[in-house]
Design a protein around this ligand. Sequence first.
Ligand code: GLP
Length: 213
Amino acid sequence: MLAGERENPVVGLATGDTPGPMYAALSRVGLPALRAFAIDEYGGPRVHPCNNRAYFERHWRLIPGAGDVEQFDPEVADRRAECERFAGALAAAGGLDLVVLGIGMNGHLGFNEPGSKPHEGARLVSLHETTRQAAARCWGDHAPRTGLTLGLSEILSARAVLLLATGERKAAVVARALEGEVGPEVPASHLQEQPRLTVVVDEAAAALLRAAR
Ligand code: GLP
């Protein structure tokens, strides 16, 4: 999976239900040395069971060989500056060799909501209502209104991209992203322009793909 020339590949990591089984599988086999960067974080408290920092504590820490995940700090006074700091740290590490992505119901990648452009970098964003509704499953009435995210620019310039999608509820957005028109309306559609894209979907999520029929 981590085929690359670099000794310590740099990997961007998504959170969410989708990559959970991948992290569980990795906890049985372990990891080679690598540097991990979270691709996003909720603009909420630094310590909260529903944020991405806590997710990585639960899903990543258990993997033999896994080191720290570089994270956005959502509790700094200036979140915009924090996004710049994070993008700078990633650039200093040489950018992403691999990014592991899920896909939002509205076609977002990380927190790059519809309207996001491929040249936009890491930044503070407003979360769309669908994203807040999904977040409410854990956050309840306190779903954050903002997110800190790598931009499509850092994500799409990864040297390899792995997109994961599972379940019937993702079928429409997977088909739209991979076989529909490319544009900011569905940020994940820009993956069609990524030369090193690997898509791993279960049958339910692949159901509406023409290529799978
Ligand atoms: C969140 C995250 C994304 C993730 C997406 C899908 O909003 N910011 O990185 O890919 O939702 O999550 P799930 O896999 O739980 O459907």
